[in-house]
Design a binder for this molecule. Structure first.
Ligand code: NI
Length: 257
């Protein structure tokens, strides 16, 4: 009983064995996967995966690192794609100041513009935010009224920011990083965030949990994240999986599942 709320099975890391792997994952109890677009090309591949596999859903949006090439023509296309069957969210969109490029103003412009689309099509938003806490918070606050649900994916800030995001009724995406030896700040945030606001995710092929750190990630490894979270929250792993399954369904829209 696992819902992987954020995966990239379109990535070339899965080219050698994608079909066999996805089928075996579904047989092993991976009930649902949301495959997340990050560029125009990966959105196309994501839509194709959602069409092919009944248990895969799609998110459409362009990652800040790819936002330099965007135009209004792309915005119209993304909005059109958002109405496709099985498109469950807009994302991943956001701000990434870890990289110098594209320029902050370019990133902000296309983040705000894609948030506007999410408001118009009434879909939840998957936010990527790295070293950009304040600008992320400001832009999301500005459009909060228009937005349905928001998740800060691969949450990497501390407890204080978590409080700000909780005030806006957001969700928090937590994955393999929680099991890393240097995860003290994230563990503290996970202690603080209520169970009903946590979504489990892989971000695969990236960020595999211990004991697979550095290897190719896959949805079944969420089990190790659930185990770690159960120790932090002092509840059973089964409770973690049941609660986060319910959270994911509520986030993406109960009527779909
Ligand atoms: Ni991602």
């Amino acid at each position: 009983m696992i819902f992987d709320t954020h995966a990239h099975y379109d990535d070339e890391a899965f080219d050698p064995d994608r079909e066999g792997l996805l089928k075996s994952l579904h047989n092993q109890g991976i009930d649902y996967i949301v495959n997340v677009g990050a560029s125009i090309d990966s959105i196309k591949k994501t839509l194709a995966l959602a069409k092919e596999y009944p248990f895969i859903y799609a998110a459409v949006g362009v990652h800040p690192s790819d936002s330099q090439m965007l135009s209004e023509k792309h915005m119209k296309w993304i909005k059109d794609m958002a109405s496709c069957d099985k498109v469950a969210a807009i994302g991943e969109i956001g701000l990434d100041y870890y990289w110098k490029d594209p320029d902050k103003e370019v990133q902000k412009k296309w983040f705000a513009r894609q948030l506007q689309i999410a408001g118009e099509v009434k879909l939840p938003v998957i936010v990527h935010s790295r070293d950009a806490a304040k600008d992320t918070l400001d832009l999301l606050k500005e459009q909060r009224k228009e937005l349905t649900q928001v998740v800060i994916h691969c949450y990497s800030y501390g407890k204080e920011m978590a409080a700000e995001f909780l005030n806006l009724d957001f969700y928090f995406g937590i994955g393999g990083v929680l099991t890393f030896k240097n995860a003290r700040k994230l563990i503290e945030a996970a202690e603080y965030i209520p169970m009903n606001r946590i979504l489990l995710e892989t971000d695969c092929p990236y960020l595999a949990p211990e004991p697979y750190r550095g290897k190719r990630n896959q949805s079944s490894y969420i089990d190790f994240v659930a185990q770690k979270l159960s120790e932090i929250k002092q509840i059973s792993k089964e409770e973690v999986l049941a609660q986060t399954m319910q959270n994911a369904k509520e986030f993406y829209g109960k009527e779909r599942f």
